[in-house]
Design a protein around this ligand. Sequence first.
Ligand code: ATP
Length: 442
Amino acid sequence: MSEVTMDKIVSLCRRRGFIFQSSEIYGGLNGAYDYGPLGVQLKNNIRDLWWKEMTQLHDSIVGLDASILMHPRVWEASGHVSNFTDPMVDCKQCKSRFRADQVDLNGPCPVCGSKGTFTAPRNFNLMFATHIGPDVDAASTIYLRPETAQGIYTEFKNVVQSSRVKIPFGIAQVGKSFRNEITTKNFIFRSCEFEQMEMQFFCKPGTDEKWFPYWREQRMNFYINKLGIIPEHLRWHQHGPDELAFYAKDAYDIQFLFPMGWQELEGIHSRTDYDLTQHQKFSGKDLTYLDPETNEKYIPYVVETSAGLTRNVLMALSDAYDEEQLEDGDVRTVLHFHPSVAPITVAVLPLVKKDGIGEYADKLEHELREDFATFFDQSGAIGRRYRRMDEIGTPYCVTVDYDTLKDHTVTLRFRDSMQQVRVPVSELVSEIRKATKEYKRV
Ligand code: ATP
């Protein structure tokens, strides 16, 4: 195992087409990133696994895709207009800007080293404001959503009335969120435009005591069992009284050991009836729930699971990254992605192009497309082609050679162990499925 640094991850991402700085040809835009051919596939795979986990594998969780632009009153009700601020300070000497809670205000400036030069902290609202319609004035001001959750609360009543869901039930949503972050270092860890995967679970007041530990366990299991994250790289952080929102009963973060240290990946929050009560107050609409069996009327309590999808991408990359010293003296860079997360599942590699081997491999790759994300590569020495696939985390390589033409068998190579087995073409799909199901990172 080698040391995983952010520089190595950033460089691999750029070199192999996972992630690029936004608007690079114009000098780049801070806090914004573009997901390249492999990055978008990796992100979609994580998103799809989360979506399946929530809406397919759990009882009573339905999906939603709310709009990014919402009525400005939403953000007054949620508290974002008045409270969604970070304290900001500037160094008077070098003009660098920091979050006041992230620097020692009595110490030297982390950039230029001068002492006692910080401005007094002032609050800065993280919401991006824009205008709707042709007039640019206070009345037309709206915000890009800083979280997806509020769209779930505002549609709570519509979902109850249209979907025949009964409490307890959840609403899941994946989408873009925007925050005008003061410091956007550490690559995609904290960006101004990012994606979240959030689920609000509505339950009867009192039963939240049962659902809160349930969802904590579910979420940790998801990372270990479905994304294949190394358990030692994950831990819990319970919010202390100074971190807990005034309305929250309890809150835990799942933290991951990123290259820069332990940091939040997902929050699991017991939010009481705060959000729906606020929206009821601000909208004047009845947001209570009527229990069809007992006729009880109440505003449900909410247990929220709130994860960053783009932050999950950084976790998947950092957790998977390795540089291995091989016996022949070579170092191989490899991403040990779980096979269901890897952007490409199977690479088909003809040993040589000639004598019908290239055509055979090409046909085989087309057949495998029905079942897997595939890639065809016939250029360069076979060893170099394996290395290229290792570096982007492709778990299986299939090599077509002269014997294939005779007996319709191929070599199946496993990324982690680099072991090779001979498999009949007719059994390839089931072999790969089996290996994926039984995958364990060693
Ligand atoms: P922080 O205190 O680090 O700013 P937060 O506690 O405000 O984050 P939440 O509002 O709970 O974060 O957001 C839920 C999840 O959304 C976070 O766990 C994180 O994964 C993701 N997230 C939040 N802000 C960003 C961002 N600027 N860039 C990328 N992901 C983010």
